[in-house]
Ligand binder design. Structure first.
Ligand code: IMP
Length: 431
């Protein structure tokens, strides 16, 4: 039995929600392994639109879903999301949702710090989602975070809160934010503890048992490879590893549990927030991509920056995650463009590059090298087989495969759950 990791190959927003929803139909259990409620996964099922931030997309299919230890969890946001989905008819109890007992919590003080830093950064802003993600990971690595299991031990919680606040209140004084009161934080954590602890389990053990029983596990990545804390466009990145290796450590399963790595890739490129974006367009084509592709953030509502498909960038993502195949999404957004461009590499002055360099200054200086392709007039929207695609669209897909050195396994042609062309089933790649 195979397991599949779904990884964003660009800067997030590649359409993971729909593909994970589609794949979770074939999976037995779905696990999130990094990030937090900065993610925004949209699922369209018939007339109903589900917007998920923290919950694994499997919950919509009624599949057991795990929030792994690599995720930072805002417990209030989690309860609000569970309640929101409850209003849409999806009941989420401890039989459906498993929360890693060793996951670290995001607290209101993390949100405050995220927002205060962004305010003070001026032009050096990262453009974060202001959900407190970065500060929460800092506390995790700084070994002073409050974890899910701490909610079960009020005595230990006291000194942990004291240790955390010794750090944060010093920072807050410097930022002219009011200090956080120990007993108020303690009381608010203990008031939600029973609801949160109801979901807490050793997630690694649940997943290991599932693996041993031959269950199909779907690892649901959030954000994208170029927001990875190590490999992304640092410092304009998120604070977790978003590449496939994190699926193992962020869930508590070894790397051998991941059978197939599926790279999610949009047929063009988008980015939210600040940072380098070599193929960004500031013209009518860019505006058209944004309008047709409805490129607004699920979490923050911000307009996304849009540009041509960057094959060099995706080739690098495929290498960083050992991708076996790609799921190409939003091909239909390119319908009606007379000509299309694909970036095959870059130039800095006279120097030619076939990959993204590590230095932020070099990244900002990249000029894309394009090849031009003919567009297509007919629609690809809703196509469910190659026969439904115009010849020029097939040529575009084939060129994406060649330039990224990765085959397309799935093609998504509309937001609807069933509008997919399946080339190779990631759960049965040999079958
Ligand atoms: P943070 O994750 O909120 O710290 O934000 C850091 C950077 O990652 C910002 O540029 C955000 O716009 C970006 N980011 C975070 N989550 C997502 C996502 O789910 N999709 C796209 N961009 C994201």
């Amino acid at each position: 039995m195979s397991s599949v990791a779904v990884i964003g190959s660009q800067w997030g927003d590649e359409g993971k929600g729909k593909i994970v929803d589609w794949l979770s139909n074939r999976a037995d259990i779905v696990v999130r392994f990094q990030g937090g409620h900065n993610a925004g996964h949209t699922l369209v099922v018939g007339e109903t639109v589900y917007k998920l931030s923290l919950l694994p997309s499997g919950v919509v299919q009624g599949k057991p879903s795990v929030i792994g230890n690599g995720v930072v969890v805002d417990p209030w946001a989690l309860l609000a999301e569970i309640s929101r989905l409850g209003d849409q008819g999806i009941k989420i109890g401890p039989d459906l949702l498993i929360l890693a007992e060793n996951a670290c919590l995001i607290l209101p003080l993390h949100r405050d710090l995220d927002a205060a830093r962004e305010r003070q950064a001026g032009l050096a802003q990262i453009g974060t989602t202001q959900r407190g993600i970065g500060p929460a990971y800092e506390d995790k690595v700084g070994r002073r975070a409050i974890r899910v299991c701490d909610l079960a031990d009020p005595e230990a919680l006291d000194w942990k809160i004291n240790r955390l606040l010794a750090h944060h209140n010093a920072l807050r004084r410097g930022l002219t934010l009011p200090e956080v009161d120990v007993s108020a934080l303690r009381a608010s954590l203990l008031s939600i503890a029973p609801q949160i602890l109801a979901f807490a389990q050793p997630a690694w053990w649940v997943l290991d048992s599932a693996r041993r029983a031959g269950k199909r596990i779907l690892f649901e990545g959030a954000q994208g490879s170029w927001l990875d804390i190590d490999h992304g466009t640092y410092p304009y990145v998120t604070s977790s590893n978003t590449v496939a290796g994190q699926a193992a450590s962020g869930s508590g399963l070894g790397p051998s549990a991941i059978g197939y790595v599926l790279g999610l890739v949009k047929a063009y490129t988008t980015r939210v927030g600040e940072g380098p974006f070599p193929t960004e367009l500031h013209d009518d084509d860019g505006r058209k991509l944004g309008e047709i592709g409805k490129e607004f953030g699920v979490v923050t509502g911000r307009a996304r920056r849009c540009g041509w498909f960057d094959a060099a960038l995706v080739r690098q993502s495929a290498a960083l995650s050992g991708m076996h195949g790609l799921a190409l999404t939003k091909l239909d957004v390119l319908d009606g463009f007379e000509t299309l461009k694909i970036c095959t590499g870059y130039r800095i002055g006279e120097r030619m590059l076939d990959r993204i360099p590590a230095s932020a200054r070099d990244q900002q200086a990249l000029t894309p090298v394009y090849e031009q392709m003919q567009g297509w007039r007919d629609t690809t929207r809703g196509a469910r087989s190659w026969r439904d695609l115009p010849a020029a669209a097939i040529k575009y897909v084939r060129r994406v495969e060649e330039l990224t050195a990765t085959p397309v396994a799935l093609l998504s042609t509309s937001p609807e759950r069933e509008d997919v062309i399946l080339v190779r089933d990631p759960f049965q790649p040999g079958g």
